[in-house]
Design a binder for this molecule. Structure first.
Ligand SMILES: [Zn+2]
Length: 54
């Protein structure tokens, strides 16, 4: 399994393009489908995001 996996839905770069982002000193990846949540509903995905950088 590649480490370039969407933090939210676990889609990999082999399935879709994923964007590389940086959060709290760590790298995360997010796919285009999950990016709108990150932009518009940060409070909803905050917990998932914190788990992703643990
Ligand atoms: Zn995703």
């Amino acid at each position: 399994m590649t480490d370039k996996t969407c933090y939210n839905c676990n889609v990999t770069e082999n399935d879709k393009p994923v964007l590389n982002m940086h959060y709290m000193g760590k790298e995360i990846y997010v796919c285009p489908q999950c990016l709108p949540n990150l932009i518009h509903k940060p409070e909803v995905i905050q917990e998932t995001l914190l788990n992703a950088v643990k």
